[in-house]
Ligand binder design. Structure first.
Ligand code: BGC
Length: 384
């Protein structure tokens, strides 16, 4: 009860502070005094048509902070301590809304209705073929021209440290059938976890594959590329792709290939090996196959040697796309004027496999009326 009161008081103070001092900086290094997660809000700019964007910041009892905006459900900032207790931002993004409104490689966003690629932007349900935007090399990527990363989400506080984001995607929006009610909750716990729950229901048979597209750089404030990050992927197989990054339909063993991350390995060690799969994608940009059980399982561990920061990923999903920021090329200037060069961030996107609607042997991404799509992913932050 006492703690609950603190949360309420903390939230109200946060809201008042934010409205009085919109330029207020979030504390980076002072841990909060008690066991609570507080929430503050502040304006984050306006879209061209005058819609206000708001940033919500959660702070846990250890001083870990996470900020989220109602545009794209984007995680704009995630500040965690290194092994010496120094707090720094570990995700890529922009200082202001204008960056997110321009062409952005999905920094921090919720991705849907279908995360990852669908071959030729086409799929068939009950004999009817649907056509989606071919927005990536003739293929459909990440929900199309205006996917869930570019829409307004309604955000409300759903409990201590928990934000509920909701969005209604209309029938045939971006070419997908069915009115889809989507709910994503972000919860920052006092155990330094970001817990994400995705829920969706439809009124017509459709396909759904939701994910989160944060780019991590555990050095803090993106000091250098991610090639010295050490990665473990708890997977024996991965999904090989064609030269346009569409699955061939097979699942390949990782054993004896640069895709074997069953033992912790620096990302840069084999990324330039002579390997057709690496050549097709310009490096790592593939889906690894996790156990198909619906229970939550350990999918990945990534750590950075200098800061000692570690992220563990757990998920109910059957796959995890590890994308090593191969398409970052120095053309984006991000937060605090940092230029995001080649491989300055990595994504660990928990999801179903790419192109599942066209691959009968892959776990299904279909959702029927009356069913509830429900998946969970946790990112746990620690140091070693
Ligand atoms: C994909 C990459 C793509 C990137 C967009 C990732 O999820 O796997 O191929 O280029 O998103 O920024």
């Amino acid at each position: 009860m006492k703690n609950y009161l603190y949360i309420v008081i903390g939230s109200v103070c946060g809201l008042l502070l934010a409205s009085c001092r919109p330029d207020q900086k979030q504390t980076e290094s002072t841990p909060q005094p008690d066991t609570m997660v507080t929430t503050a809000t502040k304006p984050f700019g306006k879209t061209a048509d005058g819609k206000e964007v708001t940033e919500y910041t959660l702070t846990n009892k250890n001083g870990v902070t996470m900020s989220v905006i109602n545009y794209g459900g984007i995680i704009t900032r995630l500040s965690t301590p290194d092994k010496n207790g120094v707090f720094e931002d570990i995700v890529l993004g922009y200082d202001s809304l204008s960056g997110y409104l321009k062409e952005t490689p999905y920094f921090g966003a919720i991705v849907g209705r279908y995360g990852n690629r669908i071959a030729n932007g086409k799929f068939t349900l009950d004999g009817q073929t649907y056509s989606l935007a071919q927005n990536n090399n003739g293929q459909h990527l990440h929900g199309g021209l205006k996917g869930f990363d570019k829409v307004f989400w309604t955000i409300e506080q759903a409990g201590p440290g928990k934000l509920r984001l909701t969005y209604v995607s209309n029938d045939m929006e971006e070419g997908y059938p069915g009115n889809l009610n989507v709910e994503v909750t972000y919860e920052l716990t006092d155990d330094n976890e970001l817990k994400i729950a995705y829920t969706a229901t439809t009124d017509k048979k459709t396909i759904v594959n939701l994910t989160q597209h944060s780019y991590f750089n555990l050095s803090g404030n993106a000091k250098r590329d991610i090639l010295d990050h050490a990665l473990t992927l708890y997977a024996d197989k991965f999904v090989p792709v064609t030269n346009v990054l569409i699955p061939t339909g097979k699942l390949n063993d990782v054993a004896g290939t640069p895709f074997d991350f069953r033992k912790e390995t620096a990302i840069g060690l084999r990324t330039n090996d002579k390997d057709q799969q690496l050549e097709f994608a310009g490096g790592y940009d593939h889906c690894w196959v996790l156990s198909s059980s619906d229970s939550i399982k350990h999918a990945a561990t990534v750590s950075e040697p200098v800061s000692g920061r570690v992220v563990d990923v757990y998920t109910t999903e059957p796959g995890i796309q590890f994308y090593a920021g191969n398409f970052l090329d120095g053309s984006i200037t991000g937060k605090q004027g940092v230029v995001y060069k080649h491989r300055y961030g990595l994504c660990l996107e928990t999801e179903h496999f790419p192109d599942s609607p066209n691959q009968k042997s892959f776990p299904s991404t279909e959702l029927k009326p009356g069913e509830v799509y429900k998946t969970y992913t946790t990112y746990k932050f620690s140091v070693r």
